[in-house]
Design a protein around this ligand. Structure first.
Ligand SMILES: Cc1cc2nc3c(=O)[nH]c(=O)nc-3n(C[C@H](O)[C@H](O)[C@H](O)COP(=O)(O)OP(=O)(O)OC[C@H]3O[C@@H](n4cnc5c(N)ncnc54)[C@H](O)[C@@H]3O)c2cc1C
Length: 406
């Protein structure tokens, strides 16, 4: 029996697990390692931060979920990887060996890279930050809001678009959901009581999509009197300002930011990351240098932008590559990436974005409709009630066809 270790039980790790679990006890033993007891469904976090939704609905319990399905689960932090001896060390001091390693550790949101963040900044990227932000939003009686993503930097071993902000969808949700809350729930007046200023480190906002979704978002920003500043690299958050690399500052009473993405320290310290610690793979998600290591999701150098949708595509490819390696008769799906996200704008307002122009395709959709809200609700609930299991491929394909007809 070959031993497969899945490092990280987020979108990619759980998807790989569900794809290979029929082989458990027949060809493989599977161990899943995660420092968290519960997997975090990050796409639901804006509802926690701006609608006060309970965090419990964004959490999937791991031990029972995985062990009742035949895997071993270890809740611990991986602190070093010895790729020569196929072994991992955990914070508890334990060592774990493997025949195949699936690296799905996600990306670290590096709050500490921004001076002043811990004192004055807010974010929405994890359970702690989202709940802390809701406490602040509830008591926010007006003023200047500034929101945007900090700049991230990447290695050079693979050919992937080097986005300056690898996931700006949450910024769209932050600005529109906060506007909805202040306007509709609190009865505050735009421009008079509050303003929302948005910055991006990119040449353009939403650099991972084409003109159609960008124009759809721009139209709402104009209508809601939101200002946009491009090419702004955040350096500091102060008590009443945010500062940028070019020496400019913005007045600010509430700064909500997406911090730079970085690789977890264990990968920066290892021999399996690129210059920045992200995992370089080929398009079958196999490591460029180590045949028995695969990776998927935010931690891969190929994942640009860093989206759950991309993590799922890559997780499916990594699982198929492993199964083929184990002698199974499977086809490895193509590494055809696209941007797909449903942006909650508060209330029933939602814009569905689908685009592959970043990868040379011609799909570029920005679809504003309450139908998209129902799709998001259905998807989030499916994932939650099915313990991180994605809806069946057929349902996803049917949804994709429906979107193209709309
Ligand atoms: C606010 C927000 C909203 C988003 N909305 C959307 C959306 O609407 N649609 C979309 O497609 N994407 C969205 N995304 C992006 C999406 O959440 C990520 O792309 C996705 O979670 C990546 O999955 P992953 O499995 O690669 O990593 P993760 O989900 O981050 O999982 C990584 C796992 O590894 C574990 N781990 C890390 N380091 C260690 C270690 N050293 N030892 C042990 N365990 C470790 C972590 O605990 C975690 O469970 C959103 C992101 C944010 C922040």
């Amino acid at each position: 029996m070959k031993k497969v270790v899945i490092l990280g039980a987020g979108f990619a790790g759980l998807h790989i697990f569900y794809k290979i679990r029929h082989l458990i006890g027949k060809k493989i033993d599977v161990t899943v390692i995660d420092s968290r007891s519960h997997s975090l469904l990050k796409p639901s976090l804006p509802e926690v931060a701006f609608e006060g939704a309970p965090i419990s609905h964004s959490l999937v319990e791991l031990k029972h979920t995985l062990e009742s399905r035949g895997a071993e689960f270890i809740q611990d932090e991986v602190v070093s990887i010895d790729e020569k001896n196929n072994s991992l060390s955990l914070k508890s001091g334990e060592s774990v060996g493997y025949d195949y390693l699936m690296v799905t550790l996600g990306a670290l949101k590096d709050y500490d890279a921004i001076k002043g963040f811990r004192e004055y900044g807010y974010s929405v990227c994890d359970d702690e930050q989202a709940q802390r932000l809701w406490e602040r939003v509830k008591t926010f009686e007006g003023g200047k809001v500034v929101t945007g993503a900090a700049k991230s930097t990447w290695g050079t071993r693979v050919d992937a678009p080097p986005l300056s902000a690898p996931c700006e969808g949450p910024i769209g949700e932050i600005m529109f959901m906060l506007d909805y809350y202040l306007d509709k729930d609190k009865g505050k007046k735009r421009a008079e009581d509050y303003s929302i200023n948005v910055f991006t480190p990119g040449e353009v906002f939403f650099e991972d999509v084409g003109d159609t979704p960008r124009e759809a978002i721009g139209k709402f920003m104009k209508e809601y009197q939101m200002n946009l500043s491009n090419n702004k690299e955040l350096t500091e958050i102060g008590k009443d300002f945010v500062a940028f690399e070019d020496g400019t500052k913005m007045d600010c009473d509430l700064a909500i930011i997406i911090p730079p993405y970085s690789a977890p320290q264990v990968l920066k310290d290892s021999n399996i990351g690129d210059e920045k610690g992200f995992i370089p793979t080929d398009k079958t998600m196999r490591h460029l240098d180590f045949d028995n290591i695969f990776a998927a999701g935010d931690i891969t150098a190929l994942a640009q932008p860093k989206l759950g949708h991309v993590a799922i595509i890559q997780g499916g490819i990594a699982a198929a590559s492993l199964m083929k390696e184990l002698g199974e008769d499977v086809e490895i799906p193509p590494h055809d990436l696209s941007v797909f996200c449903i942006m909650n704008m508060g209330g029933h307002n939602t814009t569905l974005i689908e685009s592959n122009v970043l990868y040379g395709g011609n799909v570029d959709i920005g679809f504003y409709s309450p139908i998209a809200k129902m799709m998001k609700w259905g998807f989030d609930n499916y994932l939650y009630y099915n313990k991180g299991h994605m809806p069946p491929d057929l349902a996803l394909e049917a949804t994709d066809k429906l979107i193209k007809l709309l």
